[in-house]
Design a protein around this ligand. Sequence first.
Ligand code: NDP
Ligand code: ZN
Length: 351
Amino acid sequence: MKGYAMLKIGSVGWVEKEKPACGAMDAICKPLAIAICTSDVHTVWEGAVGERHDMILGHECCAEVVEVGADVKDFKPGDRVLVPAITPDWNSLEAQAGYAMHSGGMLAGWKFSNFKDGVFAEYFHVNDADGNLAHLPKEINVVDACMLSDMVPTGFHGVELADVQFGDVVLVIGIGPVGLMAVAGTNMRGAARIIAVGSRPVCVEAAKKYGASDIINYKNGPIEDQVMRLTDGKGVDRVIIAGGTVDTFASAVKALKPGGKIGSVNYLGSGDSIRIPRVEWGVGMGHKAIVGGLMPGGRLRMEKLGALVAAGKLDVSLLSTHVYEGWDKLPGALQLMKDKPADVIKPVVVL
Ligand code: NDP
Ligand code: ZN
């Protein structure tokens, strides 16, 4: 089979590999549509997961099952499925402790295009098929289905980590596709006011449609100063971080009220430490919580988030700004995500 791979850090190309083998609890699937992620760019061009040779990229898709192992109960060849980017081992101790995304070690629930070949291939392997796949609801088209692999679960996890409550004033830093889903999730959780931070007009327009009440351009001065102006010096109840750098945490702490929470889903690609401003952190006693997390994967999560889209309560269609057809469009779509021209939110390739 063919797959589109990271040949080494900084280099990509097509590779030819054996079709993966199917264990007793596993499934082999073929993608129906695939989406490119900012993380694919981090993986190849920033060496985010370290050096890899000929590793097939991709962790966002929906798919058709072509083979299942003897112990798989709920899926059969021909089924159309949602596929989470994170596919934990559900019988691990970490999963029993409530952190399945870290099953087998920190971040080790992220297997596709990290510890094993990803989904940019004619066929790919899914561990624990009953625990990780979900049936694709008939109401959801294949392009929208790709947004359920990573963008919706990650953005919504930011909302969970920040613990958004009814009536909160929430700051969402970063309104790429992940941040946009954080805005949508924050709105669904009943925030009274959502202040979104970004610069590109396509994202700003989408953020407003998803419920942002105010927009801050981080290029126009420190985020915290702009937040304080908008809130009459009061600050916000919650912050979700879905963009920026290690320095963004300082802005988040400064913009946050005492007792507030910061939920970060941002990947921090450089910088050795995160500096927390001492005074604004209440000289150590401000009750300002900071949590960063990898998205939860698994079947239940996929079924629930899929149900929101199927019911028309969450419209993910604004995210897929560039839709292509056929495998030969994949290299260009990845390059597009790397270059990120102003009008791109998410490229998707239908197969
Ligand atoms: P994008 O690059 O598309 O979006 C980043 C956003 O952050 C944009 O709105 C950008 O603004 C904004 N931004 C850039 N620099 C700054 C800055 N200095 N201060 C404030 N805002 C800034 O990324 P995605 O939405 O695709 O992903 C967001 C992050 O989530 C990435 O780091 C990704 O790797 C990570 N991720 C984490 C996962 C998890 O499980 N935790 C899973 C998937 C992704 P603009 O472009 O408008 O200028
Ligand atoms: Zn992704």
